[in-house]
Write a protein of this length. Structure first.
Length: 416
């Protein structure tokens, strides 16, 4: 087609050539977004809390069974620790050791924001962009924010923004794919009764399943059933995990609208950007997405072109709170909300709570997959449990919890 256009243009002359120019200008308009670029240029980390330099003396990776801890120490004796997203990190830790750890030693932790930009290029790390780079980098960032929070006597959230939410309402997430609509609704009812959440999210489609449903017809039966079961006052979200192409996503979306669900997540595979926009343009129900998105530039496109109504960066999968805050701020500048995704294992829920506490345009309910009791810890400022569907964000310094020192001692240092 391109070749044919070129030949026609050369025969017909200036008229067709001018059309070519118009096409190119249109693409530039899509890429140009000075408002979002201004937001992206604004600093996130509150450097003013740190008058003195904080030189990173050591970065250790500790392992006990499948639990990974990053411990950062400064030359003046401050310490920060983070528990990784262990589900992913067990496969990715050599990247942490070989591609990140050496870069940060001797650097000033106050420069964290700039260091995140530099380490992306260091050893061509950008070629690893996605979970491979971002989960290890987020782990390191959380340890550094814990350390900085302890120095400034501030919780992590206060280092990346003002505290807007001290308590966070949660929605009950579940996954009963493979079960019939009737079996699924019993499971959803049981879980909502346990947490007393005022909102819930249920799965439809088959997860990246090219329009297949498991069992067939489950989603179309379940969408009306969930609304009927919980009534009009319940906030109900649904997630297809990229199950559909655009046409099927829109067809299912019409049913979602009929039963007044409150958002529709990942209607098509996450990197089908044009199709995501096509679905969003066709439907009135808010479209949510972004949990798999690794690229700031792609978020900028999705937000700038109104392809998403609700952004859902995962703070581990997207490389930490500072990067995720930029996404939230871009979304805020366009009147959109941020409902970060939470990935399982480790202390993901705690990091998510700190992040949400600082997000002005956070959605009304946030994902809850239950608390991880495998890591023994103590928190003086929060029960870390869902109280009538609401959890309190810890207010102590850094992460705001104390992990049992005896548990940390069980870990051994990991080297390449
Ligand atoms: Mg999802």
């Amino acid at each position: 087609m391109l070749r044919r256009n070129f030949i026609q243009a050369s025969i017909i002359g200036t008229g067709a050539a001018a059309m070519g120019c118009i096409d190119r200008r249109k693409k530039e308009d899509l890429a140009s977004n000075p408002d979002l670029d201004k937001v992206l240029a604004e600093p996130v980390l509150k450097r003013s809390y740190f008058p003195d330099e904080v030189i990173i003396q050591s970065i250790e990776l500790l392992r006990y069974q499948e639990n990974f801890i990053c411990r950062v120490r400064s030359t003046d004796g401050a310490e920060g620790i983070a528990v990784s997203n262990n589900m992913q990190f067990r496969y990715l830790y050599p990247i942490f050791l070989g591609r990140l750890q050496p870069f940060f030693i001797g650097k000033d932790a106050r420069d964290l924001e700039q260091l995140l930009e530099e380490v992306y290029v260091y050893k061509s790390n950008y070629k690893l962009q996605s979970l491979a780079l971002w989960v290890p980098l987020a782990t390191l960032e959380f340890a550094m924010l814990d350390l900085l929070g302890k120095i400034a006597s501030k919780p992590m959230g206060a280092l990346i923004g003002d505290i807007h939410h001290k308590r966070i309402a949660v929605y009950q997430a579940n996954n009963f794919r493979g079960k019939t609509a009737e079996e699924s609704i019993e499971g959803i009812k049981r879980q909502v009764a346990e947490t007393k959440a005022q909102a819930l999210k249920f799965k439809i489609g088959g997860r990246m399943s090219k329009n297949q449903d498991y069992p067939p017809g489950r989603s179309e039966a379940l969408i009306p059933l969930v609304r009927k079961t919980f009534g009009d006052d319940m906030t109900i979200y649904t997630d297809s995990n990229g199950s559909y192409d655009a046409a099927e996503a829109i067809r299912i979306g019409r049913l979602i609208e009929e039963y007044k669900l409150d958002f529709y997540e990942e209607p098509v595979p996450f990197d089908w950007y044009e199709e995501t926009k096509e679905v969003t343009d066709a439907l009135l129900v808010p479209i949510a997405g972004g949990e798999q998105e690794p690229s700031m530039r792609n978020f900028r496109w999705l937000i700038g072109n109104d392809a998403l109504d609700i952004v859902q960066p995962d703070i581990f999968y997207f490389g930490g709170m500072i990067r995720a805050m930029r996404v939230a701020r871009m979304a805020a500048s366009k009147g959109k909300t941020c409902v970060p995704h939470i990935s399982g294992s480790g202390l993901g829920y705690l990091y998510m709570m700190h992040f949400v506490s600082a997000v002005e345009n956070a959605g009304p309910y946030h994902e809850f997959k239950g608390f991880n009791m495998d890591i023994p810890l103590h928190c003086e400022t929060s029960s870390l449990s869902s109280d009538e569907g609401v959890v309190t964000v810890p207010t102590g310094a850094g992460l705001g919890v104390t992990i049992d020192p005896g548990f940390i001692k069980k870990h051994s240092i990991v080297n390449l």
